[in-house]
Structure formats: structure tokens, C-alpha cells
Design a protein around this ligand. Structure first.
Ligand code: DQA
Length: 151
């Protein structure tokens, strides 16, 4: 069965209470439950993870090789700072969808720069928690196209 990794970075464990006017009232546990249910309807499995540590994110991305067919990545603030995350994604050659709850392009200038964007298949941002299930559908569609052309 196709498996995806949904990886969440720093401060996303605080969803629900963290700036709800920006990130919404949905908790990360709610999002995980919605993703698990949605994945089931799509006939795939997911692993859901959160860490506040950049190095642990790198380890999880490395470990995804051979285990997961795609990664949905909300790297939080590391999106805007981490060349190491960008290199890790490029190194494992697993398709990544970059995800943000908020519309990073409509926020502070420093959030409009993403190191992930240039190595991601695409980006979903600004739709809040529903972005996660949109990303699951987007990566399934992408993987289908890849196998159709034999890539
Ligand atoms: C975020 C956007 C980032 O700029 C911020 O640092 C986060 C959350 C989002 O989901 O909107 O932690 O990735």
C-alpha cells in the first residue's frame, strides 16, 4: 500500500491555541485524525509526525527513503531558513508537497521566501487545516502521473 509521510515542524504542536486568528482553532491531533480518515478513503496509509528540531526533521526525511512514496511537509519557520532541509529533500528524491496553513505570500516579507519551494512538486498554502487533505489528493495525483509516464 502506498504510504505518505506528513511531517510537521516547529511550533505546530501548539496548533489550536497558537495564534488562532492566523492558524485556526484546529489542533494537530484533529488534523492527524482528518488525514488518517481521508487516507483510508483513498486507499493509502500515512505516517504523521511533528518535531521542533531541525535535525530530527532531516532524520525523518532521510528515513522516508524506501518507506514513503511522498512527503507532505509543513516545515514551519524552517521553511524560511533551512538550506539543510532543502538539501535533504533533494537528496532523497521523494516528491514533496510544501504546505502551510496560512498564506505565507500575504504575510511578512521574511515568510515569502521558501527554501522548500524550489525542491517541492508544489505548494498549498492559505487554506488552513483542509490544506492537509488537499495535499494528500495532490500527491496521489502526482504519483499517478509519475507512474503513468514510467518515471
Ligand atoms: C506556517 C507558516 C510559517 O511562516 C510559520 O513559521 C509557521 C507555520 C503555516 O503553516 O502557515 O510555523 O508554516
Amino acid at each position: 500500500m502506498t504510504s505518505l509521510l506528513i511531517l510537521n515542524g516547529p511550533n505546530l504542536n501548539l496548533l489550536g491555541t497558537r495564534q488562532p486568528e492566523v492558524y485556526g482553532a484546529t489542533t494537530l491531533a484533529d488534523i492527524e485524525a482528518a488525514c488518517t480518515a481521508h487516507a483510508k478513503t483513498r486507499g493509502i496509509s500515512i505516517a504523521f509526525a511533528q518535531t521542533n528540531h531541525e535535525g530530527e526533521m532531516l532524520d525523518l526525511i532521510h528515513a522516508a527513503k524506501g518507506t514513503h512514496k511522498g512527503i507532505i511537509l509543513n516545515a514551519g519557520a524552517y521553511t524560511h531558513t533551512s538550506v539543510a532541509l532543502m538539501d535533504a529533500i533533494q537528496s532523497v528524491e521523494i516528491p514533496v508537497i510544501e504546505l502551510h496553513l496560512s498564506n505565507i505570500h500575504a504575510r511578512e516579507a521574511f515568510r515569502q521566501k521558501s527554501f522548500i519551494a524550489q525542491v517541492a512538486v508544489g505548494q498549498i498554502c492559505g487554506f488552513g487545516a483542509i490544506g492537509y487533505t488537499l495535499a494528500i489528493d495532490a500527491i496521489i495525483d502526482h504519483l499517478g502521473k509519475k507512474s503513468a509516464v514510467g518515471a
